[in-house]
Design a protein around this ligand. Structure first.
Ligand code: ATP
Length: 561
Protein backbone atom coordinates (compact mmCIF):
# COMPACT_ATOMS: atom_id res chain seq x y z
CA UNK A 1 0.00 0.00 0.00
CA UNK A 2 2.86 2.28 0.83
CA UNK A 3 4.30 1.73 -2.63
CA UNK A 4 0.97 2.78 -4.12
CA UNK A 5 0.72 5.82 -1.94
CA UNK A 6 4.15 6.96 -2.75
CA UNK A 7 5.41 7.92 -6.16
CA UNK A 8 9.01 7.56 -7.06
CA UNK A 9 10.56 10.24 -9.19
CA UNK A 10 13.95 11.62 -9.82
CA UNK A 11 14.04 15.02 -8.25
CA UNK A 12 17.55 15.49 -9.53
CA UNK A 13 16.60 14.95 -13.14
CA UNK A 14 13.57 17.14 -12.63
CA UNK A 15 15.54 20.05 -11.25
CA UNK A 16 18.22 19.38 -13.87
CA UNK A 17 15.67 19.77 -16.64
CA UNK A 18 14.41 22.99 -15.19
CA UNK A 19 17.92 24.33 -14.79
CA UNK A 20 18.83 23.37 -18.32
CA UNK A 21 15.80 25.22 -19.56
CA UNK A 22 16.83 28.30 -17.67
CA UNK A 23 20.58 28.16 -18.33
CA UNK A 24 21.65 27.07 -14.84
CA UNK A 25 24.77 25.04 -14.15
CA UNK A 26 23.95 21.52 -13.21
CA UNK A 27 27.17 20.56 -11.51
CA UNK A 28 26.90 22.48 -8.22
CA UNK A 29 23.27 21.70 -7.91
CA UNK A 30 23.82 18.00 -8.37
CA UNK A 31 26.37 18.03 -5.59
CA UNK A 32 24.06 19.86 -3.24
CA UNK A 33 21.25 17.59 -4.12
CA UNK A 34 23.32 14.49 -3.44
CA UNK A 35 24.35 15.92 -0.12
CA UNK A 36 20.75 16.58 0.79
CA UNK A 37 19.79 13.09 -0.18
CA UNK A 38 22.59 11.57 1.79
CA UNK A 39 21.61 13.59 4.88
CA UNK A 40 18.00 12.56 4.51
CA UNK A 41 19.00 8.93 4.08
CA UNK A 42 21.07 9.01 7.23
CA UNK A 43 18.28 10.74 9.13
CA UNK A 44 15.83 8.07 8.06
CA UNK A 45 18.27 5.39 9.14
CA UNK A 46 18.63 7.01 12.55
CA UNK A 47 14.85 7.43 12.93
CA UNK A 48 14.27 3.84 11.86
CA UNK A 49 16.71 2.54 14.37
CA UNK A 50 15.23 4.63 17.19
CA UNK A 51 11.69 3.38 16.35
CA UNK A 52 12.98 -0.17 16.31
CA UNK A 53 14.94 0.04 19.53
CA UNK A 54 12.30 1.72 21.72
CA UNK A 55 9.26 0.32 19.92
CA UNK A 56 6.82 1.98 17.58
CA UNK A 57 4.41 2.83 20.42
CA UNK A 58 7.03 4.66 22.44
CA UNK A 59 8.28 6.35 19.29
CA UNK A 60 4.83 7.16 17.99
CA UNK A 61 5.72 10.78 17.47
CA UNK A 62 8.75 9.91 15.37
CA UNK A 63 7.92 9.15 11.72
CA UNK A 64 9.96 6.54 9.81
CA UNK A 65 11.13 9.21 7.42
CA UNK A 66 11.02 12.47 9.34
CA UNK A 67 11.97 15.82 7.94
CA UNK A 68 14.88 17.58 9.56
CA UNK A 69 12.52 19.70 11.54
CA UNK A 70 10.35 16.81 12.67
CA UNK A 71 13.42 14.87 13.71
CA UNK A 72 14.71 17.72 15.81
CA UNK A 73 11.37 18.53 17.42
CA UNK A 74 10.61 14.93 18.42
CA UNK A 75 14.04 14.38 19.99
CA UNK A 76 14.00 17.77 21.69
CA UNK A 77 12.54 16.46 24.95
CA UNK A 78 15.31 13.86 25.20
CA UNK A 79 12.80 11.14 26.19
CA UNK A 80 13.32 9.05 23.07
CA UNK A 81 17.08 9.42 23.26
CA UNK A 82 17.17 8.42 26.90
CA UNK A 83 14.90 5.43 26.31
CA UNK A 84 17.09 4.37 23.36
CA UNK A 85 20.37 4.50 25.29
CA UNK A 86 18.71 2.63 28.12
CA UNK A 87 17.81 -0.14 25.63
CA UNK A 88 21.40 -0.26 24.41
CA UNK A 89 22.87 -0.11 27.83
CA UNK A 90 20.46 -0.80 30.63
CA UNK A 91 20.42 1.92 33.29
CA UNK A 92 22.63 4.32 31.35
CA UNK A 93 20.07 7.04 32.24
CA UNK A 94 18.71 6.04 35.64
CA UNK A 95 15.60 8.20 35.52
CA UNK A 96 13.86 9.45 32.38
CA UNK A 97 11.66 12.47 33.03
CA UNK A 98 8.44 11.92 31.08
CA UNK A 99 6.80 14.93 29.50
CA UNK A 100 3.44 15.93 30.94
CA UNK A 101 2.32 16.81 27.46
CA UNK A 102 2.86 15.31 24.02
CA UNK A 103 6.20 16.55 22.80
CA UNK A 104 4.94 16.57 19.19
CA UNK A 105 2.43 19.18 20.14
CA UNK A 106 5.06 21.59 21.43
CA UNK A 107 5.25 24.38 18.89
CA UNK A 108 8.46 24.94 17.11
CA UNK A 109 10.78 27.05 19.18
CA UNK A 110 8.59 26.94 22.28
CA UNK A 111 10.75 26.50 25.32
CA UNK A 112 10.50 23.16 27.16
CA UNK A 113 10.46 23.10 30.93
CA UNK A 114 13.98 23.74 32.24
CA UNK A 115 13.81 20.64 34.30
CA UNK A 116 12.95 18.41 31.38
CA UNK A 117 15.42 20.12 29.16
CA UNK A 118 18.34 19.76 31.43
CA UNK A 119 17.53 16.43 32.96
CA UNK A 120 16.89 14.22 29.95
CA UNK A 121 19.34 15.81 27.51
CA UNK A 122 22.05 16.21 30.11
CA UNK A 123 21.64 12.64 31.30
CA UNK A 124 21.77 11.40 27.71
CA UNK A 125 24.92 13.45 27.03
CA UNK A 126 26.61 12.03 30.07
CA UNK A 127 25.65 8.49 29.12
CA UNK A 128 26.90 8.67 25.56
CA UNK A 129 30.12 10.30 26.65
CA UNK A 130 30.70 7.39 28.94
CA UNK A 131 30.21 4.97 26.08
CA UNK A 132 32.43 7.03 23.79
CA UNK A 133 29.82 7.86 21.23
CA UNK A 134 30.25 11.22 19.43
CA UNK A 135 27.95 13.71 21.04
CA UNK A 136 26.20 16.91 19.99
CA UNK A 137 25.41 20.28 21.46
CA UNK A 138 22.03 20.70 23.24
CA UNK A 139 21.54 23.77 21.05
CA UNK A 140 21.48 21.42 18.07
CA UNK A 141 18.02 20.37 19.29
CA UNK A 142 16.82 23.92 18.95
CA UNK A 143 15.78 25.75 15.82
CA UNK A 144 18.84 26.53 13.69
CA UNK A 145 20.84 23.78 15.35
CA UNK A 146 22.89 21.24 13.43
CA UNK A 147 20.61 18.24 13.24
CA UNK A 148 23.31 16.34 11.34
CA UNK A 149 25.24 16.08 14.58
CA UNK A 150 22.22 14.53 16.32
CA UNK A 151 21.92 12.05 13.42
CA UNK A 152 25.61 11.21 13.74
CA UNK A 153 25.18 10.61 17.42
CA UNK A 154 22.16 8.33 16.97
CA UNK A 155 23.88 6.34 14.20
CA UNK A 156 26.97 5.97 16.37
CA UNK A 157 24.76 4.67 19.16
CA UNK A 158 23.25 2.25 16.71
CA UNK A 159 26.69 1.10 15.67
CA UNK A 160 27.57 0.63 19.28
CA UNK A 161 24.39 -1.37 19.84
CA UNK A 162 25.16 -3.65 16.91
CA UNK A 163 28.70 -4.10 18.11
CA UNK A 164 27.33 -5.16 21.45
CA UNK A 165 24.74 -7.48 19.93
CA UNK A 166 27.47 -9.17 17.89
CA UNK A 167 29.27 -10.13 21.05
CA UNK A 168 31.33 -6.98 21.63
CA UNK A 169 34.37 -8.51 19.98
CA UNK A 170 37.39 -6.24 19.95
CA UNK A 171 37.29 -2.55 20.67
CA UNK A 172 34.28 -0.59 19.37
CA UNK A 173 35.06 2.12 16.92
CA UNK A 174 32.55 4.39 15.26
CA UNK A 175 33.41 4.66 11.58
CA UNK A 176 31.49 7.87 10.87
CA UNK A 177 29.18 8.50 7.90
CA UNK A 178 27.96 5.28 6.41
CA UNK A 179 27.18 5.20 2.69
CA UNK A 180 23.60 5.81 1.82
CA UNK A 181 21.70 2.63 1.05
CA UNK A 182 19.68 4.08 -1.76
CA UNK A 183 20.82 5.70 -4.94
CA UNK A 184 20.15 9.28 -5.70
CA UNK A 185 18.15 8.34 -8.76
CA UNK A 186 15.66 6.24 -6.81
CA UNK A 187 14.76 8.70 -4.14
CA UNK A 188 11.26 7.91 -2.90
CA UNK A 189 8.86 10.34 -1.41
CA UNK A 190 5.29 10.14 -0.23
CA UNK A 191 2.64 12.33 -1.67
CA UNK A 192 2.23 13.81 1.77
CA UNK A 193 5.90 14.68 2.02
CA UNK A 194 6.86 18.19 2.86
CA UNK A 195 8.04 18.39 -0.75
CA UNK A 196 4.59 19.41 -1.82
CA UNK A 197 4.40 21.87 1.02
CA UNK A 198 7.82 23.18 0.21
CA UNK A 199 6.75 23.83 -3.37
CA UNK A 200 3.66 25.57 -2.24
CA UNK A 201 5.71 27.56 0.20
CA UNK A 202 7.85 28.83 -2.65
CA UNK A 203 4.83 30.60 -4.00
CA UNK A 204 5.01 32.86 -1.00
CA UNK A 205 8.66 33.58 -1.63
CA UNK A 206 7.88 37.15 -2.41
CA UNK A 207 6.75 37.60 1.12
CA UNK A 208 10.10 36.62 2.50
CA UNK A 209 13.18 38.63 1.93
CA UNK A 210 15.94 37.21 -0.17
CA UNK A 211 18.31 37.49 2.82
CA UNK A 212 16.11 35.21 4.92
CA UNK A 213 16.07 32.65 2.16
CA UNK A 214 19.82 32.73 1.86
CA UNK A 215 20.25 32.22 5.58
CA UNK A 216 17.89 29.24 5.41
CA UNK A 217 19.91 27.69 2.64
CA UNK A 218 23.16 28.31 4.45
CA UNK A 219 21.89 26.73 7.64
CA UNK A 220 20.62 23.77 5.72
CA UNK A 221 23.97 23.36 4.05
CA UNK A 222 25.71 23.51 7.35
CA UNK A 223 23.47 20.86 8.83
CA UNK A 224 24.10 18.74 5.75
CA UNK A 225 20.43 18.00 5.27
CA UNK A 226 19.36 20.13 2.36
CA UNK A 227 15.72 19.26 1.64
CA UNK A 228 14.21 19.53 -1.83
CA UNK A 229 12.28 22.59 -0.78
CA UNK A 230 15.52 24.18 0.43
CA UNK A 231 17.11 23.16 -2.82
CA UNK A 232 14.41 24.78 -4.83
CA UNK A 233 14.66 27.86 -2.67
CA UNK A 234 18.39 27.99 -3.23
CA UNK A 235 17.77 27.86 -6.97
CA UNK A 236 15.20 30.55 -6.78
CA UNK A 237 17.14 32.74 -4.36
CA UNK A 238 19.37 34.30 -7.00
CA UNK A 239 16.48 34.83 -9.36
CA UNK A 240 14.61 37.98 -9.87
CA UNK A 241 11.14 38.00 -8.27
CA UNK A 242 9.49 38.24 -11.70
CA UNK A 243 11.34 35.10 -12.87
CA UNK A 244 10.23 33.01 -9.89
CA UNK A 245 6.62 32.30 -10.94
CA UNK A 246 7.89 31.10 -14.34
CA UNK A 247 10.48 28.84 -12.70
CA UNK A 248 7.98 27.49 -10.20
CA UNK A 249 5.55 26.82 -13.01
CA UNK A 250 8.22 24.96 -14.94
CA UNK A 251 9.09 22.87 -11.90
CA UNK A 252 5.42 22.12 -11.22
CA UNK A 253 4.84 21.14 -14.87
CA UNK A 254 7.83 18.83 -14.73
CA UNK A 255 6.58 17.33 -11.48
CA UNK A 256 3.13 16.75 -12.92
CA UNK A 257 4.63 15.17 -16.04
CA UNK A 258 6.88 12.98 -13.97
CA UNK A 259 3.99 11.97 -11.72
CA UNK A 260 1.85 11.01 -14.66
CA UNK A 261 4.67 9.07 -16.23
CA UNK A 262 5.43 7.32 -12.96
CA UNK A 263 1.78 6.47 -12.32
CA UNK A 264 1.51 4.99 -15.80
CA UNK A 265 4.70 2.98 -15.45
CA UNK A 266 3.68 1.89 -11.96
CA UNK A 267 0.35 0.65 -13.34
CA UNK A 268 2.21 -1.36 -15.96
CA UNK A 269 4.57 -2.67 -13.31
CA UNK A 270 1.65 -3.70 -11.09
CA UNK A 271 0.11 -5.56 -14.00
CA UNK A 272 3.30 -7.40 -14.70
CA UNK A 273 3.74 -8.19 -11.00
CA UNK A 274 0.19 -9.49 -10.82
CA UNK A 275 0.77 -11.71 -13.81
CA UNK A 276 3.98 -12.99 -12.33
CA UNK A 277 2.17 -13.63 -9.09
CA UNK A 278 -0.58 -15.56 -10.83
CA UNK A 279 2.00 -17.47 -12.82
CA UNK A 280 3.94 -18.38 -9.67
CA UNK A 281 0.81 -19.39 -7.87
CA UNK A 282 -0.30 -21.76 -10.60
CA UNK A 283 3.16 -23.18 -10.80
CA UNK A 284 3.65 -22.92 -14.54
CA UNK A 285 3.65 -20.41 -17.34
CA UNK A 286 1.13 -22.41 -19.35
CA UNK A 287 -1.37 -22.17 -16.52
CA UNK A 288 -0.91 -18.44 -16.52
CA UNK A 289 -1.45 -18.31 -20.27
CA UNK A 290 -4.62 -20.40 -19.91
CA UNK A 291 -5.82 -18.22 -17.05
CA UNK A 292 -4.91 -15.18 -19.05
CA UNK A 293 -6.79 -16.49 -22.03
CA UNK A 294 -9.75 -17.29 -19.82
CA UNK A 295 -9.65 -13.83 -18.39
CA UNK A 296 -9.34 -12.43 -21.89
CA UNK A 297 -12.24 -14.60 -23.02
CA UNK A 298 -14.25 -13.48 -20.06
CA UNK A 299 -13.36 -9.89 -20.75
CA UNK A 300 -14.29 -10.46 -24.37
CA UNK A 301 -17.60 -12.04 -23.33
CA UNK A 302 -18.28 -9.25 -20.87
CA UNK A 303 -17.45 -6.74 -23.57
CA UNK A 304 -19.78 -8.58 -25.95
CA UNK A 305 -22.49 -8.63 -23.33
CA UNK A 306 -21.94 -4.99 -22.69
CA UNK A 307 -22.17 -4.37 -26.43
CA UNK A 308 -25.35 -6.41 -26.52
CA UNK A 309 -26.78 -4.54 -23.53
CA UNK A 310 -25.74 -1.28 -25.11
CA UNK A 311 -27.33 -2.28 -28.41
CA UNK A 312 -30.50 -3.41 -26.63
CA UNK A 313 -30.56 -0.20 -24.72
CA UNK A 314 -30.05 1.76 -27.93
CA UNK A 315 -32.83 -0.27 -29.60
CA UNK A 316 -35.07 0.29 -26.61
CA UNK A 317 -34.24 3.98 -26.66
CA UNK A 318 -34.87 4.10 -30.40
CA UNK A 319 -38.17 2.26 -29.95
CA UNK A 320 -39.05 4.57 -27.14
CA UNK A 321 -38.18 7.60 -29.25
CA UNK A 322 -40.21 6.14 -32.15
CA UNK A 323 -43.06 5.48 -29.77
CA UNK A 324 -42.79 9.01 -28.50
CA UNK A 325 -42.71 10.33 -32.07
CA UNK A 326 -45.77 8.24 -32.96
CA UNK A 327 -47.49 9.45 -29.84
CA UNK A 328 -46.71 13.02 -30.74
CA UNK A 329 -47.93 12.35 -34.30
CA UNK A 330 -51.05 10.66 -32.98
CA UNK A 331 -51.72 13.58 -30.64
CA UNK A 332 -51.17 15.97 -33.51
CA UNK A 333 -53.57 13.99 -35.71
CA UNK A 334 -56.13 13.89 -32.91
CA UNK A 335 -55.79 17.63 -32.62
CA UNK A 336 -56.13 18.00 -36.39
CA UNK A 337 -59.24 15.79 -36.37
CA UNK A 338 -60.72 17.88 -33.59
CA UNK A 339 -59.93 21.02 -35.58
CA UNK A 340 -61.43 19.45 -38.72
CA UNK A 341 -64.56 18.47 -36.77
CA UNK A 342 -64.85 21.99 -35.51
CA UNK A 343 -64.31 23.35 -39.01
CA UNK A 344 -66.90 20.90 -40.38
CA UNK A 345 -69.35 21.94 -37.71
CA UNK A 346 -68.72 25.60 -38.50
CA UNK A 347 -68.99 24.92 -42.24
CA UNK A 348 -72.25 23.02 -41.71
CA UNK A 349 -73.65 25.89 -39.71
CA UNK A 350 -72.39 28.26 -42.39
CA UNK A 351 -73.97 26.12 -45.11
CA UNK A 352 -77.29 26.03 -43.28
CA UNK A 353 -77.16 29.76 -42.86
CA UNK A 354 -76.24 30.19 -46.56
CA UNK A 355 -79.06 27.83 -47.57
CA UNK A 356 -81.51 29.82 -45.54
CA UNK A 357 -80.21 33.04 -47.01
CA UNK A 358 -80.24 31.50 -50.48
CA UNK A 359 -83.86 30.42 -50.00
CA UNK A 360 -84.79 33.90 -48.87
CA UNK A 361 -82.94 35.43 -51.78
CA UNK A 362 -84.55 32.96 -54.19
CA UNK A 363 -87.94 33.82 -52.86
CA UNK A 364 -87.10 37.54 -53.12
CA UNK A 365 -85.73 36.97 -56.61
CA UNK A 366 -88.86 35.04 -57.56
CA UNK A 367 -90.94 37.95 -56.38
CA UNK A 368 -88.74 40.35 -58.30
CA UNK A 369 -88.92 38.16 -61.41
CA UNK A 370 -92.65 37.95 -61.05
CA UNK A 371 -92.77 41.70 -60.81
CA UNK A 372 -90.44 42.02 -63.76
CA UNK A 373 -92.46 39.51 -65.77
CA UNK A 374 -95.55 41.53 -65.04
CA UNK A 375 -93.69 44.69 -65.95
CA UNK A 376 -92.34 43.01 -69.11
CA UNK A 377 -95.76 41.79 -70.12
CA UNK A 378 -97.04 45.28 -69.46
CA UNK A 379 -94.15 46.67 -71.46
CA UNK A 380 -94.83 44.26 -74.33
CA UNK A 381 -98.45 45.12 -74.20
CA UNK A 382 -97.62 48.78 -74.32
CA UNK A 383 -95.03 48.12 -77.02
CA UNK A 384 -97.58 46.23 -79.06
CA UNK A 385 -100.05 49.03 -78.62
CA UNK A 386 -97.36 51.50 -79.57
CA UNK A 387 -96.49 49.48 -82.67
CA UNK A 388 -100.13 49.22 -83.60
CA UNK A 389 -100.58 52.91 -83.16
CA UNK A 390 -97.39 53.59 -85.08
CA UNK A 391 -98.46 51.49 -88.01
CA UNK A 392 -101.95 52.88 -87.86
CA UNK A 393 -100.28 56.25 -88.24
CA UNK A 394 -98.36 54.88 -91.21
CA UNK A 395 -101.65 53.60 -92.63
CA UNK A 396 -103.26 56.92 -92.03
CA UNK A 397 -100.43 58.51 -93.92
CA UNK A 398 -101.51 56.24 -96.72
CA UNK A 399 -100.68 52.68 -97.53
CA UNK A 400 -99.74 53.84 -101.01
CA UNK A 401 -97.71 57.02 -101.10
CA UNK A 402 -96.55 58.72 -104.19
CA UNK A 403 -93.69 61.21 -104.18
CA UNK A 404 -92.47 63.40 -106.95
CA UNK A 405 -88.80 64.40 -107.36
CA UNK A 406 -87.61 66.91 -109.86
CA UNK A 407 -84.19 66.25 -111.31
CA UNK A 408 -81.96 69.30 -111.66
CA UNK A 409 -80.45 70.31 -114.97
CA UNK A 410 -77.28 68.63 -116.00
CA UNK A 411 -74.24 70.84 -115.66
CA UNK A 412 -73.52 72.43 -119.02
CA UNK A 413 -77.06 71.75 -120.34
CA UNK A 414 -77.65 74.56 -123.02
CA UNK A 415 -81.36 75.14 -122.78
CA UNK A 416 -82.25 75.45 -119.14
CA UNK A 417 -85.92 76.23 -119.46
CA UNK A 418 -87.94 74.37 -116.79
CA UNK A 419 -91.58 73.38 -117.24
CA UNK A 420 -92.16 73.51 -113.51
CA UNK A 421 -94.00 76.62 -112.68
CA UNK A 422 -94.63 76.16 -108.98
CA UNK A 423 -94.08 73.63 -106.19
CA UNK A 424 -96.32 73.91 -103.15
CA UNK A 425 -96.47 71.09 -100.54
CA UNK A 426 -97.80 68.12 -102.46
CA UNK A 427 -98.81 70.10 -105.57
CA UNK A 428 -96.67 70.76 -108.57
CA UNK A 429 -97.74 73.12 -111.32
CA UNK A 430 -96.17 72.69 -114.72
CA UNK A 431 -96.63 74.78 -117.83
CA UNK A 432 -98.09 73.02 -120.75
CA UNK A 433 -97.58 74.66 -124.13
CA UNK A 434 -100.70 74.66 -126.29
CA UNK A 435 -101.97 76.22 -129.50
CA UNK A 436 -103.86 78.84 -127.56
CA UNK A 437 -100.89 79.95 -125.65
CA UNK A 438 -99.28 79.03 -122.45
CA UNK A 439 -101.34 76.64 -120.32
CA UNK A 440 -100.74 75.22 -116.81
CA UNK A 441 -101.56 72.00 -115.09
CA UNK A 442 -101.28 70.97 -111.41
CA UNK A 443 -100.60 67.47 -110.06
CA UNK A 444 -101.06 66.30 -106.40
CA UNK A 445 -98.63 63.95 -104.63
CA UNK A 446 -97.90 63.00 -101.04
CA UNK A 447 -94.90 65.22 -101.37
CA UNK A 448 -92.93 66.96 -104.12
CA UNK A 449 -89.14 67.18 -103.84
CA UNK A 450 -87.61 70.08 -105.70
CA UNK A 451 -84.33 69.90 -107.66
CA UNK A 452 -82.28 71.07 -104.69
CA UNK A 453 -83.50 68.38 -102.23
CA UNK A 454 -80.76 66.09 -100.99
CA UNK A 455 -80.73 62.27 -100.84
CA UNK A 456 -81.08 62.37 -97.02
CA UNK A 457 -84.21 64.56 -97.18
CA UNK A 458 -85.81 62.17 -99.65
CA UNK A 459 -85.07 59.14 -97.37
CA UNK A 460 -86.48 60.92 -94.32
CA UNK A 461 -90.00 60.18 -95.59
CA UNK A 462 -89.19 56.49 -96.31
CA UNK A 463 -87.49 55.81 -92.96
CA UNK A 464 -90.66 55.08 -90.83
CA UNK A 465 -91.53 52.36 -93.30
CA UNK A 466 -88.32 50.44 -92.51
CA UNK A 467 -89.43 50.10 -88.87
CA UNK A 468 -92.81 48.82 -90.09
CA UNK A 469 -90.97 46.14 -92.07
CA UNK A 470 -89.33 44.90 -88.85
CA UNK A 471 -92.73 45.02 -87.11
CA UNK A 472 -93.96 42.53 -89.72
CA UNK A 473 -95.58 44.79 -92.30
CA UNK A 474 -94.93 44.42 -96.03
CA UNK A 475 -93.48 47.49 -97.59
CA UNK A 476 -92.54 48.18 -101.19
CA UNK A 477 -90.59 51.23 -102.38
CA UNK A 478 -89.97 51.66 -106.05
CA UNK A 479 -89.20 54.47 -108.46
CA UNK A 480 -90.99 55.18 -111.67
CA UNK A 481 -90.20 57.60 -114.46
CA UNK A 482 -88.92 58.11 -117.94
CA UNK A 483 -85.34 57.39 -118.98
CA UNK A 484 -82.82 59.72 -117.43
CA UNK A 485 -85.29 61.20 -114.93
CA UNK A 486 -83.19 60.13 -111.91
CA UNK A 487 -84.68 56.75 -110.73
CA UNK A 488 -81.28 55.06 -110.24
CA UNK A 489 -79.90 58.22 -108.64
CA UNK A 490 -82.71 58.36 -106.08
CA UNK A 491 -82.77 54.62 -105.25
CA UNK A 492 -79.03 53.88 -105.37
CA UNK A 493 -77.01 57.04 -105.89
CA UNK A 494 -74.59 58.44 -108.49
CA UNK A 495 -71.76 56.44 -110.04
CA UNK A 496 -69.31 57.55 -107.37
CA UNK A 497 -71.23 56.75 -104.16
CA UNK A 498 -70.29 58.56 -100.97
CA UNK A 499 -72.01 58.51 -97.55
CA UNK A 500 -73.75 61.74 -98.46
CA UNK A 501 -74.89 60.65 -101.92
CA UNK A 502 -76.17 57.23 -100.85
CA UNK A 503 -79.68 56.50 -102.19
CA UNK A 504 -82.77 55.01 -100.56
CA UNK A 505 -81.63 51.35 -100.91
CA UNK A 506 -78.40 51.81 -99.00
CA UNK A 507 -80.02 53.91 -96.32
CA UNK A 508 -83.00 51.55 -95.93
CA UNK A 509 -80.73 48.48 -95.57
CA UNK A 510 -78.49 50.33 -93.11
CA UNK A 511 -81.55 51.24 -90.98
CA UNK A 512 -82.88 47.70 -91.27
CA UNK A 513 -79.73 46.12 -89.80
CA UNK A 514 -79.43 48.89 -87.19
CA UNK A 515 -82.95 48.31 -85.80
CA UNK A 516 -82.47 44.50 -86.00
CA UNK A 517 -79.30 44.88 -83.90
CA UNK A 518 -81.20 47.01 -81.39
CA UNK A 519 -83.87 44.38 -81.04
CA UNK A 520 -81.61 41.33 -81.12
CA UNK A 521 -82.37 40.43 -77.47
CA UNK A 522 -86.07 40.37 -78.23
CA UNK A 523 -86.37 39.36 -81.86
CA UNK A 524 -84.39 37.32 -84.26
CA UNK A 525 -84.53 38.50 -87.93
CA UNK A 526 -83.49 36.56 -91.01
CA UNK A 527 -82.63 38.90 -93.88
CA UNK A 528 -82.46 37.72 -97.50
CA UNK A 529 -81.98 39.63 -100.73
CA UNK A 530 -83.47 39.06 -104.13
CA UNK A 531 -82.76 41.20 -107.13
CA UNK A 532 -84.92 40.85 -110.21
CA UNK A 533 -85.47 42.79 -113.38
CA UNK A 534 -88.82 43.16 -115.10
CA UNK A 535 -88.34 44.15 -118.64
CA UNK A 536 -90.68 43.59 -121.56
CA UNK A 537 -92.83 41.56 -119.28
CA UNK A 538 -89.87 39.30 -118.52
CA UNK A 539 -88.72 38.80 -114.93
CA UNK A 540 -85.00 38.16 -114.62
CA UNK A 541 -83.04 37.15 -111.53
CA UNK A 542 -80.10 39.47 -111.52
CA UNK A 543 -78.19 37.53 -108.73
CA UNK A 544 -77.93 34.30 -110.73
CA UNK A 545 -74.37 34.16 -111.91
CA UNK A 546 -74.29 31.14 -114.27
CA UNK A 547 -76.59 32.88 -116.81
CA UNK A 548 -78.55 29.72 -117.55
CA UNK A 549 -81.69 30.43 -115.67
CA UNK A 550 -81.99 34.15 -115.78
CA UNK A 551 -85.64 34.25 -116.73
CA UNK A 552 -88.18 33.51 -114.06
CA UNK A 553 -91.07 31.35 -115.10
CA UNK A 554 -93.23 33.97 -113.50
CA UNK A 555 -96.03 33.92 -116.06
CA UNK A 556 -96.51 30.17 -116.18
CA UNK A 557 -96.85 30.10 -112.36
CA UNK A 558 -99.28 32.98 -112.57
CA UNK A 559 -101.30 31.00 -115.11
CA UNK A 560 -101.35 27.99 -112.97
CA UNK A 561 -102.75 29.86 -110.02
N1 ATP B 1 -81.52 64.72 -108.35
C1 ATP B 1 -80.42 64.64 -109.17
N2 ATP B 1 -79.35 65.42 -108.92
C2 ATP B 1 -78.29 65.39 -109.77
N3 ATP B 1 -78.17 64.60 -110.82
C3 ATP B 1 -79.22 63.79 -111.13
C4 ATP B 1 -80.38 63.76 -110.28
N4 ATP B 1 -81.22 62.84 -110.81
C5 ATP B 1 -80.59 62.34 -111.86
N5 ATP B 1 -79.42 62.85 -112.06
C6 ATP B 1 -78.50 62.54 -113.14
O1 ATP B 1 -79.22 62.35 -114.30
C7 ATP B 1 -78.77 61.32 -115.07
C8 ATP B 1 -79.81 60.30 -115.36
O2 ATP B 1 -80.24 59.78 -114.15
P1 ATP B 1 -80.60 58.25 -113.93
O3 ATP B 1 -79.64 57.35 -114.68
O4 ATP B 1 -80.79 58.02 -112.56
O5 ATP B 1 -81.93 58.15 -114.75
P2 ATP B 1 -82.83 56.86 -114.98
O6 ATP B 1 -84.16 57.36 -114.78
O7 ATP B 1 -82.37 55.82 -114.07
O8 ATP B 1 -82.53 56.46 -116.46
P3 ATP B 1 -82.87 55.03 -117.16
O9 ATP B 1 -84.30 54.81 -117.13
O10 ATP B 1 -82.41 55.24 -118.56
O11 ATP B 1 -82.04 54.12 -116.45
C9 ATP B 1 -77.62 60.73 -114.29
O12 ATP B 1 -76.44 61.20 -114.83
C10 ATP B 1 -77.83 61.22 -112.93
O13 ATP B 1 -76.70 61.34 -112.25
Amino acid sequence: MESEASVSFSAASLVEDVLQQHGHGLKDLDLEFRKAEEAASRRYEAAGWLRKIIGVVAAKDLPAEPSEEEFRLVLRSGIILCNAINKVQSGAVPKVVESPIDSALIPNGAPLSAYQYFENVRNFMVAIQEIGVPTFEPSDLEQGGKSSRIVNCVLALKSYCEWKQNGANGAWKFGGNPKPTISAKSFVRKNSDPFTNSLSRTSSINEKTLATLNSDIESSKMSGSLSLSTLVRSILSDKKPEEIPMLVESVLNKVVEEFEHRIASQGEQTKITLRDHVSQKNGSASMFVVADKKVENKIHMVAKKQDCIYKNRMDAEELQSQHLKQKVLFDQQQKDIQELKLTLHTTKAGMQFMQMKFRDECSNLGMHIHGLAQAASGYHRVLEENRKLYNEVQDLKGSIRVYCRIRPFFPGQPNQLSAVENIEDGTITVSIPSRSGKGQRSFNFNKVFGPSVTQAEVFLDMQPLIRSVLDGYNVCIFAYGQTGSGKTYTMTGPKEITEKSQGVNYRALSDLFFIAEQRKDTFHYDVCVQMIEIYNEQVRDLLVTDGTNKKYPFISYFILF
